[in-house]
Design a protein around this ligand. Sequence first.
Ligand code: 13P
Length: 255
Amino acid sequence: MRKPVVMGNWKLNGTKKSVTELVQAFVAPANQAATLVDVAVCAPAVFIGTVEFNAAGSRLQWGSEDCDVHTQGAFTGENSPVMLKEFGCTYAIVGHSERRQYHNESNECVAAKFKAAQDNGLTPVLCIGETEAEYDAGKTIEVCKAEIQAVIDLCGIEAFNNAIIAYEPIWAIGTGKTATPEIAQNVHHQIREFLKEANAEVAQGVRILYGGSCNAKNAAGLFCQEDIDGGLIGGASLKAPDFTAIIEAAVANAK
Ligand code: 13P
């Protein structure tokens, strides 16, 4: 059995006050969910200390939205996986489409970040997914496979024993255009089948989250799909009632 994960990705949002309030609001639902569902928030690096301060001792987990490939040195502006670990991060998102798009991160660069995160005790959350044009051209699985293959080439298939994959169709991110449960399930299934070609056991165990306009209304329909193991939530994770409802949807489905 795969334990579902409900993970917020706050992107470039928040203030000290809003971060404190959100974390305080999520501690109780995360504690209640913890035996059935992992609950986490990924915050801008500057707020991770605030998250740690307010979540310490609870079952709410946290992570970063990115991480550098280096552990230290002359790399101005970066955040090292060692530093993120020191601030209690469990997870590091790598390869979010916004970083691939706005920071020109290649599949190889993302794979190197995945490796650096994992080598330093963080669980990488590998984001994959196609653009609208690629979707229309029927290239969804081809794109996802290439994004995963770069990690397999660098780290080996066993690396997915301690990693999460987040399928986030770019056309669904922040657009309100969610993939239907059937479309998402179909892609998740094909991703798992692809991993199976390398190692069936790893494929069976890896958690594959859906991301892209997942909200309090559509979460239940997505989470009940066989190959969807939770969600990576953007906008709705910034609203306490909505994110709490999404956690509850995952718990209800896990029971
Ligand atoms: P939205 O939920 O705002 O569409 O964002 C999804 C996402 O990019 C999570 O990483």
